[in-house]
Every structure is written in C-alpha cells, then in structure tokens.
Ligand binder design. Sequence first.
Ligand code: JF5
Length: 231
Amino acid sequence: MKIDVVTLFPEMFGPLDVSIVKRAREAGLLELRITDLRNYTHDRHRTVDDRPFGGGPGMVLKPEPIFEAIEDLAKDKTHVVLMTPAGRRFDQALARELSAKEHLLFICGSYEGVDERVREALVDDELSIGDYVLTNGGLPAMVVIDAVTRLLPGALGDDESARDESFSHGLLEYPHYTRPAEFRGMKVPEILLSGHHAEIEKWRAEQAKARTAQRRPDLWKRSGGQEPATD
Ligand code: JF5
C-alpha cells in the first residue's frame, strides 16, 4: 500500500518511524511519503493561508497549494482523505475499509480549516478521530495510518495476528497477567494458573463481556449483548 501525507508540519511524523509501522515500511508492505504543503507555494513567504471571506476570526488554508500538491501526488485510484472534526467517525471497521485501498492521501487541515473548494473538488472522504479539536490534522492522520498499517497482510507477527483475530468480535479485552503469580500482595486469578484451558477460555469470555457491558454499553448493544453482565 502507498500512503501520502500533505502537511504543514512534516516534522511531526517521527512516530511513524518506530515499531510496527517502521517494520512494515522496511518490509516493503507500506510506502509512506510525507510532503510539506509549503513546497507547493510560489511566493517569497511561502503563504499557505489567508483571511476568511465574509470576515471572522482565524485563517483558512488557501486552495492553490493544496490543489497543486494533490494534482501532483494523486493518481486515478487514490483515495483522498481530509482529517477534520467534521468527518465521519473513524473506527476499526473504517480501518479495515481503508486497508483495502491501493493508495491513500491524507490532507492535514490546520487553523480554521481548508477552503471549501478543496472538499468539493478533491476530497473523497472526511474522517474524524473523535469529538475534540486539535491544532492540526497531523496527529489524526497518524492515528489512522497506524490503525490501517497493522491490518496490512504480514504487518503483524504471527502471535500478534492470532491475538487480533480473537478480538475482532467487538468486545473489550479480558484482563491479562504475567509473572509473578503474586506481586505486592496482588494475586493472579487462580483459574489462570490451573491449566484448564477450556475453563480459562470461558472465564476470559465472561470477563470480556462483563467489562464491555459495564464500560461500553454502546459496544455491548452493537455486539448483540443482552444478559445483565455480572462482574
Ligand atoms: C483540524 C481544522 C482540522 O482536530 C482535528 C480532528 C479531531 N478529530 N478528528 C480530527 O483535526 C485537525 C483542526 C482544525 C481542521
């Protein structure tokens, strides 16, 4: 998969040079290119924004540099994504959907937003990572890129993939423990030390359901949950 990012802050993208995304890039599963929007300006001050028509506070990203950047970087099959709090809410199902695309291009908004003509003419999809306002779309783009990259075939190790598989059912995770069996007086649940694999699976499933029902009633309803979970 190829991913392009057009941003005013290319220096933000260090987090994509570590861990699983780094490994995916090194393995050739992901080709990631970060482009500075200012490279597509032509004036001495490398101007990317201007005051809003009609007045009001803040600045708006000008259309010309964004159009030039997208026309340079996008091909016919490119899925152009604008990161904005006004987009549809990003979730795991959307991560799956995006992971099937050949080429993604993220436009990272800033300031009050981008000129509406960018949306009308260039953008295929507007995504939000949640109901809060950030200073620019760099962090949201990285969130989406991270979630998509780990879904690319071969990006996760066998262990990671197998674990992920068992949690694609829309519930929260069961509690995890490792050694020591007792730490500062806190004991690991006896069942996990018992070696009874069927019983352990049952316990974990119950824990996952109880947690989901209690903490995330929205997910619980979506997963078809009914029984009053006891924790
Ligand atoms: C942005 C104008 C975009 O703040 C966000 C955001 C929050 N959830 N999802 C995205 O994007 C940055 C800021 C101002 C446009």
